[in-house]
Design a protein around this ligand. Structure first.
Ligand code: ADP
Ligand code: MG
Length: 474
């Protein structure tokens, strides 16, 4: 599979020409980001980084990832409704991790008050790598599931056209015709629109809760525009706007800047640095409100690394999804080894194993957004330091996935064109809407392929490490 485009990768002149075509095609297609220098301006933009060539993805694994997505929708939704499970699972974590603890406190607070809304909207993205076994066969292994602010569903819908053109320029017309159409933004909007409709007030708006610095605004606009096309009004607000302009009426309907909000779609709120006291208050206001939250705070907690690790314990999936043995089997087949670092014998043993052989593992804190995980020699040092302290329970350990690298060119503004050894990560978007106990919508909504040079252990597109890609099924 590494050899998919071997002939063109070595042809420097053809690569130069194709790269120039690719960059212009990306700009034309709207594969865009605001720049680091002017992150608030839309009049100076550049293309979002992407690969010159689509990367080979084993068809069977691609299909497996799609086939398990509805199961993951079901699982995340089940975890979000299971107070006992969330309480037990996060008990040790919230003693040492202040951020998770604060989210958990809001979760308990809103449950105590009683939820004002019976409609739930989930938008998630389950990410995978293709683990290369000793015999050379690849297996689908879940890296994590993102239950809040899963991004790039908009821009990725535009990269396939770019890669189709590049393949044609390189004389691969037949191969170009095999690239799949893909439009997660449309699926995301479908979920949001369904929740908006069930909220039941045609005047009410969808509020995108956005960052202070919105470099990835075009990705979000793709979803927004799909909603406008359905004649649903969209508002973009930050936490601080909610703090200043937000209020609840007697029946806890949410008003921001005078407009009733039917759905709050979070593209922000998953890193601790965002939350000062005012923003925590704004978050609480939103969670208490009658608006449909995407995700609600329980679903955000369901996406923590600690929950992911506990889900891999024998018997847990069966308990959470009784009566769904096939879903359980499909889900479990994607799990890599995951290990608790809770205090006790089990944690001691795995900590010692990781210190002895750090390259087998990844050490993960309860954080999202890339750049937080610990690898290799640093993993050894960190674990040595915290192995006898309660602090270690804020982390989990995971088997390191080792995909087969392939050669590609990563196109990034202001960077020289050079060939890199790359690995890819496949994400599948899932959407679901639940009303009371009835799942009224649940589906896979498209895919995202991100590719990075193997020198980088960690990090996504927004973190400046990975780039957008298109799967070429083999
Ligand atoms: P985040 O929530 O920060 O995105 P992830 O668990 O997705 O955390 O990890 C970030 C990146 O680190 C991934 O995109 C992947 O490149 C790398 N990574 C994470 N887990 C593993 C693993 N088990 N094996 C190899 N690489 C991993
Ligand atoms: Mg990730």
């Amino acid at each position: 599979m590494a050899a998919a485009w071997q002939d063109v990768v070595r042809d420097a002149a053809a690569v130069q020409e194709a790269a120039a075509v690719a960059v212009d095609a990306a700009l034309l297609a709207g594969v865009l980001m605001r720049t680091g220098e002017q992150p608030h301006a839309s009049d100076v933009v550049n293309y979002a980084p992407f690969t010159l060539l689509p990367s080979a993805v084993p068809r069977a694994l691609f299909e497996q990832a799609y086939a398990v997505q509805q199961d993951f929708n079901l699982l995340v939704d089940a975890v979000s409704q299971n107070k006992e499970f969330l309480e037990q699972t996060l008990a040790s974590t919230i003693k040492v991790d202040d951020f998770t603890a604060r989210l958990f406190r809001i979760y308990m607070q809103v449950l105590e008050e009683g939820l004002a809304q019976t409609v739930f909207l989930g938008i998630n993205r389950s990410d995978y790598m293709f683990d290369c076994g000793l015999d050379g066969t690849a297996a689908l292994r879940q890296i994590e599931i993102n239950t809040i602010a899963a991004s790039f569903g908009g821009l990725t819908s535009r990269t396939a056209d770019v890669h189709r053109l590049v393949l044609k320029v390189l004389g691969k017309t037949e191969e170009a015709s095999h690239l799949l159409p893909n439009n997660p933004a449309e699926g995301l909007a479908l979920g949001i629109a369904k929740a908006w409709e069930l909220y039941g007030s045609p005047r009410a708006v969808v509020m995108f809760l956005v960052e202070e610095v919105q470099r990835n605004i075009f990705d979000q606009r793709c979803v927004e525009n799909e909603l406008w096309n359905r004649n649903i009004r969209v508002l973009r607000k930050r936490f601080r706007d909610v703090f200043e302009q937000g209020s609840l009426d007697a029946s806890r309907r949410l008003f921001v800047d005078g407009q009733e909000v039917a759905v709050v779609y979070y593209r922000e709120g998953y890193v601790p640095q965002v939350y000062d006291q005012q923003n925590w208050e704004a978050r609480l206001l939103l969670e208490r409100s009658r608006a449909v939250k995407c995700p609600d705070i329980a679903t955000q907690l369901a996406g923590t690394k600690k929950v992911q690790q506990e889900l891999s314990r024998p018997g847990t999936l069966e308990k959470l999804l009784p009566g769904h043995p096939e879903a359980v089997a499909r889900i479990r087949a994607t799990f890599a080894g995951l290990y608790s670092l809770d205090q006790g014998e089990e944690g001691d043993r795995i900590a010692a194993a990781a210190i002895a052989d750090p390259d087998r593992f990844v050490l993960k804190p309860q954080r999202e957004g890339g750049g937080n995980n610990v690898y290799g020699e640093e993993l050894r040092e960190v674990l040595e330091k915290i192995k006898d302290s309660p602090e270690r329970t804020s982390y989990i350990l995971m088997d390191k996935i080792k995909p087969q690298p392939a050669l590609n060119y990563l196109l990034r503004a202001h960077s020289p064109l050079q060939v890199s050894k790359c690995i890819s990560e496949l994400g599948i978007f899932g959407i679901y809407v639940r009303q009371g106990q009835e799942l009224v919508l649940s589906q896979a909504a498209g895919h995202l392929l991100r590719t990075k040079a193997i020198e980088h252990a960690d990090g996504g597109v927004a973190a400046g490490v990975a780039v957008l890609d298109t799967p070429y099924l083999v």
